[in-house]
Every structure is written in structure tokens, then in C-alpha cells.
Write a protein that binds this ligand. Structure first.
Ligand code: PMP
Ligand code: GLU
Length: 402
């Protein structure tokens, strides 16, 4: 870093890690712009376009004049649709003043962190975790406390592990299910185990990130906030990016106790205001329209999950779990540590991800940013052809390591 930046930038940003997913996606773009045929399996983004009926709703909203500021917490119409969605899909009872719509689930999480954490507060993050959790907690001034589950437990933390991490300073517990990056899905019984632990600690909240809710191959999405003993203390975050293939629209939301929702609205009101108005109109429509296109995308992801696992089985040292949701596999690749192609020694997952990018021109993300340095994240939100070609190339590159 140049010295001016090191001297003059805030400690906040100097101490912040860049998003590993976005960084890898950019490296892949750079390589592609040099004329290489890069297969990008790094970014967690559906490769499908937004369903036509949702795009039509946004076009109509534009024509109808939805071009002005919306209320900070979101259009009443969208918040009402979210209240109904939470009831319909999740058995969660919110009223409209408990809903805040944001520029993506990422902003919902950032709002929460800024609203809830003080210096010294701890946030328990179940690992492997989504990259931004760690830095968002630090940005809010909190201390991330990571509780890790390895592949041998399907990357799912047990109630005993969770209990051991809770201290008098714990403010909330944060996790995603279906999980980015592992694809693991906590069953209703497993969530009850976690809820029963948290219920014993009066001032501990839960932030349940359910953005992959509709990409669940078990057909059994369960929301931890639906258990009576934690209902009043659970904040459920969700968004349109994954289930509706709307990543670029920037639309997410949360349901929370009213005083937390109010605090998030206050923060958002000073930083970004209400989310894009015509996107919100389309979002309201999407939630209550036919979900068939969403289910079709889910079915395609499930088929690609099976294809990807089958392809990876053919590559030595790729130890996989059986992802039940989202669109990632997260193989343990520690088999390759210490190996070399004669030039580079692979010390860790960062090295292996760079090696695969450089040698195979396939972008995947190191597990280190997700709290699992022995793993790689591979997105299967790509065509069959890309997945087949990527695995062929990865196999070739890894075959040179000894
Ligand atoms: N949570 C998880 C687990 C995610 O994978 C993502 C990916 N973008 C987000 C939150 C943020 O979603 P959004 O694009 O709505 O900000
Ligand atoms: N959530 C996606 C991912 O994990 C998108 C990139 C990002 O926002 O980090 O890759």
C-alpha cells in the first residue's frame, strides 16, 4: 500500500479485509480481459436472468412513476408483502413496523451490526461463514467469536459448541442456513438445539440469514425464529438476490423486534435512505407471484450439485460433504498442502486457489475468507459445459502437484 494511504486512511478501513469473493471475481475478470478463457466459479451469483414477469413489474413501476424516494424502511406495499411472506413460508409473525428493506441483505446485516454492537461486544459467528460476516461485525466495533464445524460434522455447529462460545459479552449469534459457503442446511431439530441454548441467555440475539431459503434441496426450510423460546429475539434476514436471481437489483430485508427495526431505519436514513423504489415494486410483486421460475432454478441447481459432486469424485484429494442447499461445494483440499509442481509450494488454500486460477484459468475462492483454511469454495451456478470443462482443467492442474 502506498504510504499516503497507510498514513491517511481510517483505521477502520486499513484493518478491514477485502471481500475474498469479490476479489477473486475481479482477478478472474482481469485474467479474462487479457484474452484468457477463464471459467469463473468464484462469485456466488445465479447464472440465470431475473424471471421475465419480475422485470415486467419493474418496467411497469417505472412507467407508473415509481421514480421518487421511498420511505426509508421500504414501500408499505413491499413491507406488507414481506409480512405475508414471513407468515406463509416461515411461520414468523411480524407487523409492518418490524420490517426494514435495504440495498441487499448485505446492508441489512451491516445495519444490524451498527445498530447492536458496542466496543467489547462479541458476535458469535458459526463457521464456515459467509465472508462478509467477520468484517461487518468488526466494522460495527464488535469482536467476532468464531465457532467452527469441520466437514466431519457436515459443517454444522452443535449446541455444545455454541454454548461454549457464549460469554456475558455475547450480543448475537450469526449464521446462514442454507449455508454459504458449505451448502449445509440445519434441520428443524438441529435449529431447535441451537435455539434451546440461546434461550437460556436472555440478552443474546440471533441473526438468521436465510437468503438461500428458496435454494434448498431438502424442501424443508426451517426458520430458527419460529421457535417460541427465541421468537422475540430472532432477526431474520433475507433478500431477492439468490432465489429470484436478482443480485444486481440490490434488494434485501429483515424482520426484527420493532426497536431494532427502528434503529436500522435510523442508520439507513443517514447513510443510504430507502432502497430503489421501482425495484421494491417488482420485489413486492415477486414475493406473491408464481414461484415456479424459482423452483425451476432450484431444480437446475440441484442437478448441477449432483453433476459437480460426480465430477469432483474423479479428482483425488477433493473431500466433499453433500450440500443440501445454495449453489456451492466446499471441498476439504488439505491433501494438497505441502505439494509442489516444481515451482510453487502449496502451503494453504489461498495458494491452491491462486494455483488453480493461474494454471487452469478457473476461479474458485479460498476457504480462508470463510473461516476454513482447509477448503475451497466452488460455485456450481454455471452451465454443465462450464462445470465439466472446469473440472477437467482443475484435474489437469492438480495432477501436476506431487
Ligand atoms: N448473505 C449471504 C449468506 C450471501 O451469500 C449473500 C451474497 N450476496 C448475502 C448475504 C448478501 O446478499 P445481497 O446480494 O442481497 O446483499
Ligand atoms: N454472496 C455472494 C458470494 O458469496 C456474492 C459476492 C459477495 O457479495 O460477497 O459470492
Amino acid at each position: 500500500m502506498d504510504t499516503l494511504a497507510a498514513q491517511l486512511l481510517s483505521r477502520r478501513v486499513l484493518e478491514m479485509e477485502e471481500s475474498a469473493t469479490l476479489k477473486m471475481a475481479q482477478l478472474a475478470r482481469n485474467l479474462a480481459s487479457q484474452g484468457h478463457q477463464v471459467i469463473n466459479l468464484s462469485l456466488g451469483e445465479p447464472d440465470f436472468d431475473t424471471p421475465v414477469h419480475i422485470k415486467e413489474a419493474a418496467k411497469k413501476a417505472l412507467d407508473d412513476g415509481y421514480t421518487k424516494y421511498s420511505p426509508v424502511a421500504g414501500l408499505v406495499e413491499l413491507r406488507q408483502a414481506i409480512v405475508r411472506k414471513f407468515k406463509r413460508d416461515n411461520d414468523l409473525d411480524f407487523s409492518i413496523n418490524q420490517i426494514v428493506v435495504s440495498n441487499g441483505a448485505k446492508q441489512s446485516l451491516a445495519n444490524l451490526s451498527l445498530a447492536l454492537l458496542n466496543e467489547g461486544d462479541e458476535a458469535v459467528i458459526l463457521a464456515p461463514y459467509w465472508v462478509s460476516y467477520y468484517e461487518i461485525v468488526r466494522l460495527g466495533g464488535g469482536k467476532p467469536v468464531v465457532v467452527k464445524a469441520g466437514i466431519e460434522q457436515d459443517f454444522k455447529v452443535t449446541p455444545e459448541q455454541l454454548e461454549a462460545a457464549i460469554t456475558p459479552n455475547t450480543k448475537f449469534v450469526l449464521f446462514s442456513s442454507p449455508c454459504n459457503p458449505t451448502g449445509s442446511v440445519y434441520s428443524k431439530e438441529e435449529l431447535k438445539g441451537l435455539a434451546d441454548v440461546i434461550a437460556r441467555y436472555e440478552n443474546v440475539f440471533i441473526i438468521a440469514d436465510e437468503i438461500y431459503e428458496y435454494i434448498n434441496f431438502t424442501d424443508q426450510h426451517a426458520s430458527i425464529g419460529a421457535f417460541d423460546n427465541v421468537r422475540e429475539r430472532t432477526i431474520t434476514v433475507n433478500g431477492f438476490a439468490k432465489g429470484f436471481a436478482m443480485t444486481g437489483w440490490r434488494l434485501g430485508f429483515l424482520g426484527a423486534p420493532a426497536w431494532i427495526a427502528e434503529a436500522c431505519t435510523k442508520i439507513q436514513g443517514q447513510i443510504t435512505s430507502g432502497a430503489n423504489t421501482f425495484a421494491q415494486k417488482a420485489g413486492a410483486y415477486a414475493l406473491e407471484a408464481d414461484l415456479q421460475p424459482t423452483y425451476q432454478m432450484r431444480d437446475a441447481f440441484q442437478r448441477r450439485r449432483d453433476l459437480t459432486l460426480q465430477l469432483l469424485e474423479d479428482i483425488p484429494g477433493m473431500l466433499c460433504n453433500y450440500p443440501q442447499g445454495a449453489f456451492y461445494v466446499f471441498p476439504d483440499i488439505s491433501y494438497y498442502f505441502g505439494k509442489t509442481d516444481g515451482n510453487t509450494i502449496i502451503q494453504n488454500a489461498d495458494d491452491l486457489a491462486m494455483y488453480i486460477l493461474e494454471q487452469a484459468h478457473v476461479a474458485v475462492v479460498s476457504g480462508s475468507g470463510f473461516g476454513a483454511d482447509e477448503c475451497l469454495r466452488i460455485s456450481f451456478a454455471a452451465s454443465d459445459e462450464e462445470l465439466i470443462e472446469a473440472s477437467r482443467r482443475i484435474k489437469g492442474a492438480l495432477g501436476k502437484l506431487y
